[in-house]
Design a protein around this ligand. Structure first.
Ligand SMILES: [Zn+2]
Length: 148
């Protein structure tokens, strides 16, 4: 919804009376006029099912938290992988006697993706790297202890 005074797009607008006319304004601009109390809701509409305010707050809180986590994740630099990470994937998979299809199925991916990973031509996102590490019980990340 756009504030009729400053044009800002905000969640909720107040009905505000300024110099005889009623405008929909954001909280900031509402200061310049008198907030008009909304007309009372007729009793017939009042019984409409609605969630308790607390529930909505909790839900909004959860959503905010989830978004924050995702934002953090996105802003993290990509993990640094060992130089031979793709080779490690292939060796570990072969050690388990899995076919590329087996690994693909476990990762919920296409076989072609697994083959690209093993060829080093596709660098999976960090989340998938972790999944591969857990699945094959290996480390793909570069770390000082890996240095030779
Ligand atoms: Zn405004």
């Amino acid at each position: 919804m756009l504030c009729e005074m400053c044009g800002k797009d905000v969640e909720g607008l107040n009905r505000v009376e300024i110099e005889g006319s009623v405008l929909s304004l954001c909280a900031e601009c509402s200061r310049f006029g008198k907030i008009v109390v909304p007309a009372p809701v007729p009793p017939s509409e009042r019984r409409a099912p609605s969630l308790p305010a607390g529930t909505i707050d909790a839900r909004l809180g959860q959503r905010t938290q989830r978004m924050t986590e995702r934002d953090l994740f996105r802003e993290l630099p990509e993990m640094e992988l060992a130089e031979d990470w793709s080779k490690r994937v292939r060796l570990a998979r072969e050690k388990l006697a899995w076919s590329p299809e087996d690994l693909a199925k476990k990762l919920n991916e296409k076989k072609s993706v697994v083959l690209k990973i093993e060829a080093g031509s596709f660098r999976p996102p960090d989340g998938q790297i972790r999944k591969i590490e857990q699945m094959l019980k290996i480390r793909l990340r570069a770390s000082p202890s890996d240095a030779t």
